[in-house]
Design a protein around this ligand. Structure first.
Ligand SMILES: Cc1cc2nc3c(=O)[nH]c(=O)nc-3n(C[C@H](O)[C@H](O)[C@H](O)COP(=O)(O)OP(=O)(O)OC[C@H]3O[C@@H](n4cnc5c(N)ncnc54)[C@H](O)[C@@H]3O)c2cc1C
Length: 385
């Protein structure tokens, strides 16, 4: 039977980062198993690529404060590009309550050591972007080291580095079962035969609960559709702009190629494995786009280029990381609730630490373990997009 020290289920950016961090730490007998014929066909290839440290909870901020500098040095350290563009995230508050919320988050971010974030007045935002309808903007917050990466390039960079340094990748192979013995995980069943291993990491993204069910675990990770609409080339708004978030309704957008990428999380969306793009979404999002950016009334959009993908939601919008209670050797790295690209570097480091040494200095890992749900220790992240 084939053997591996660690088997990673899922070849998205999270599995790839864990494979990189394990091999970089000297654990080279790693096997990544991906059911698709190509990497990135899950959520990673559908992502908007935003990276930000402007969160509300200390643990989310800590994970970003590892991940964003990691992306900044990605090419230098791994030898592959990830296209990190530090154009910032600009949250625009449209009432005093939202501004108070940003102020509280700002204080937390500064306390955690974030240096690039600042609060802005309404006039400052109107001065920076006169193209915005600014009559109701009371202020905002901006972090200049937030920005974007190319998720596909980052994933390929992690995976290529890992496989160049000893890891093996099986594509076109589905994990179909997990076998336990008295000591915990004993082997993985796949469409390509069994693999003996004592350590498995569930990085199956929106499908993670299905993999966890192989060992009888009930994982609170639900798929939720998110849709993005790219524009055709458009020059009436600066391409150096940050991700701009209209807090009145959650509409946000960023420059992409010669146009813009538009996002809005429809509150009427319901959980489920829905990956088809709903053409009715175009009108909904363009209405909100033109309301905040009047020149977007002329934004050329080809609905055939729009797409949908899945967020992997947990009840408290934080990931589930670490060894599963009662199943020695079964590790979890999923439930990123829309932040899996920006938190992939930190997740790789945390999981590699936990797998190889049983502890990590990067965060207090007990905050994000699976047991928090049964024990009522949920930590709500409200700064989600
Ligand atoms: C529209 C959209 C916009 C987003 N924007 C952002 C953003 O701006 N910033 C950000 O940080 N995040 C964003 N996200 C979220 C981000 O894309 C995800 O959190 C991240 O890609 C999760 O990576 P992953 O590797 O865990 O999952 P995935 O990329 O989904 O990879 C999981 C892999 O597991 C494989 N798999 C599943 N079951 C099995 C099995 N049984 N056997 C073998 N393989 C299996 C799947 O085929 C898949 O390739 C966005 C997501 C969407 C949909």
């Amino acid at each position: 039977m084939q053997t591996a020290d660690v088997v990673i289920v899922g070849g998205g950016i999270v599995g790839a980062s864990i494979a990189y961090h394990l091999t970089a730490s000297g654990c080279r007998d790693v096997l990544i198993i991906e059911r698709e014929s190509a990497l990135g066909k899950g959520s990673t290839g559908k992502s908007m690529g935003g990276v930000r440290a402007q969160f509300s909870t200390p643990v989310s901020i800590q994970m970003s404060m590892y991940s964003i500098p990691f992306y900044a040095g990605f090419e230098e350290h791994l030898g592959y590009p990830c296209d990190y563009r530090p154009q910032g995230y600009l949250f625009c508050a449209t009432n005093d309550q939202q501004m108070a919320y940003l102020r509280t988050n700002y204080a937390q971010q500064v306390k955690m050591g974030l240096k690039d974030v600042r609060l802005l007045g309404g006039d400052e935002i109107r001065g920076m972007f006169p193209q915005l309808r600014g009559d109701d903007i009371v202020g905002g917050s901006f972090c200049s080291s937030d920005g974007f990466v190319d998720p596909y390039s980052a994933m390929i960079g992690f995976m290529t580095w890992a496989t160049d340094h000893g890891a093996a990748l099986w594509k076109n192979t589905a994990v179909t079962g997990l076998v336990r013995d008295a000591d915990g995980i004993a082997s993985v069943e796949t469409t390509r035969g069994a693999v003996a291993t004592r350590k498995v990491v569930d990085c199956a993204g929106a499908w993670a609960a299905r993999v966890a069910r192989f060992v009888g675990l009930d994982l609170p990770v639900e798929p939720l559709r998110r849709m993005l609409v790219p524009s055709e080339p458009f020059d009436e708004f600066p391409h150096t702009a940050p991700m701009i978030i209209d807090m009145s309704n959650g509409f946000h957008f960023r420059p992409e190629a010669r146009g813009f990428l538009l996002a809005w999380n429809d509150p009427e969306e319901t959980a489920g494995f829905k990956t088809e793009f709903d053409s009715g979404f175009v009108e909904k999002i363009l209405t909100r786009a033109a309301d905040r950016v009047p020149c977007f009334a002329n934004l050329p959009v080809n609905p055939k280029r729009a797409w949908a993908g899945l967020y992997e939601m947990t009840p408290d919008h934080h990931p589930i990381l670490g060894e599963a209670p009662g199943v020695p050797g079964f590790f979890l790295a999923n439930g990123f609730s829309g932040h899996g690209v920006m938190h992939a570097p930190a997740t790789g480091k945390i999981l590699s630490d936990l797998i190889l040494t049983g502890k990590t200095d990067l965060i207090d890992a007990s905050l994000l373990n699976l047991a928090r749900f049964a024990e009522g220790r949920l930590i709500h992240e409200s700064a989600i997009l």
